[in-house]
Design a protein around this ligand. Structure first.
Ligand code: UDP
Length: 323
């Protein structure tokens, strides 16, 4: 396998980051700005936050366009673009039910618009796909060659199926037009600047523990997830972007916890008085999830560095500021 090769310097490089006001894309934008690159952010604020854009705006080389990628991109006619990172999509299960059509249009029409732009600009294109393409997986840990087990009619389908479509569209642009593409399949990620109310397990449990409210475990809590701290995820995205393989890479941290363990770890770490309560399991909730990251580790020196305890500490500090 050819190893990752990074640019010698980033100062002259231009990164277009769709979804820049969101949690992961905000961190990715900051990473490339800190390397001295120009970052052009696009977001329509459907789930992203204006605070994230304010944070990025302190960098001189950050430009921002408020736009919806499936309703028309900003005019970039005279703008050099070297890399397009399609990180624009609401990604929380509560979003799947509230804004399903917007999610499907973002990942289909929006991805198409950005791929067309990559073709025109001769830019490398990275599609942020997801572990959700594996649905409720029947093999464990998940490897990239597994085709998945997705319910096309269920409540998670708007996200899962549109991301699968985006992967197919990305590969088609590569095969048909020779666009230089990469695909990452992002597993559960957490860290500062997540939305406190995005409904996901870590923001929910930390905020419940901080407020002394009941910790809401869905189902019996035996389902598992593998949690990656956001800086480790950004590092993985950086590696894949500069890899030489157009086929998908799983990215995440294989450190796997049951939801019940996760609740207990958070209650203990925060010294919280909250008690654990059990609520119904949402439909199609995956039972086990853990990335096999051998493929990524075969092309670079990637190892997740931030432990769950340390990551939770930093995330808790962030949420405390919002209380
Ligand atoms: N979950 C839970 N309580 C909550 C929020 C989520 O038990 O308050 C569970 C959820 O049912 C799932 C896991 O935690 O099994 C991870 O959910 P999340 O929404 O964070 O992400 P997912 O991996 O399902 O996309």
């Amino acid at each position: 396998m050819t190893r990752v090769t990074f640019p010698e310097k980033y100062d002259d490089l231009v990164f277009l980051i769709a979804g820049a006001a969101g949690f992961v894309p905000g961190h990715v934008s900051e990473f490339f700005l800190n390397k001295g690159a120009t970052v052009i952010g696009i977001d329509n604020f459907i789930t992203g936050s204006r605070e994230n854009i304010e944070l990025l705006s302190k960098y001189d080389k950050f430009k921002f366009y408020e736009a919806n990628i499936y309703e028309g991109l900003p005019d970039l006619t005279n703008q050099k673009v070297d890399f397009i990172l399609n990180l624009a999509s609401p990604a929380s299960p509560i979003d799947f039910e509230i804004i399903p059509i917007e999610i499907m249009r973002t990942n289909s029409e929006g991805s198409l618009a950005l791929l067309e732009l990559a073709k025109v600009k001769g830019a490398r294109f990275l599609e942020a796909s997801t572990s959700e393409v594996y649905g409720d997986p029947e093999i464990h840990p998940q490897v990239e060659t597994y085709f998945g087990n997705v319910n096309t009619l269920g409540p998670r389908a708007p996200y899962d199926e549109s991301k699968r479509f985006a992967e197919a569209m990305t590969m088609s642009f590569h095969r048909k037009y020779g666009v230089d593409t990469r695909i990452v399949r992002i597993f559960n990620t957490y860290g500062p600047r997540m939305r406190a109310n995005d409904g996901r397990v870590i923001p929910n449990f930390i905020n419940q523990a901080l407020r002394g409210e009941d910790i809401t475990i869905y189902g019996d809590g035996s389902q598992t997830r593998s949690f990656c701290f956001v800086t480790d995820l950004v590092n993985a995205i950086h590696n894949v972007l500069f890899s030489h393989d157009v086929t998908p890479f799983n990215i995440g941290n294989p450190d796997e916890y049951s939801v019940k363990d996760c609740a207990e770890i958070i209650v203990k770490a925060l010294n919280s008085t909250s008690k654990i309560v059990y609520m119904p399991l949402p439909q199609d909730d995956p039972k086990r999830r853990r990335p096999n990251i051998d493929k990524l580790q075969a092309v670079c020196d990637y190892t997740p560095e931030v432990s769950f305890v340390e990551g939770l500490r930093q995330t808790t500090e962030f949420f405390k500021k919002g209380l």
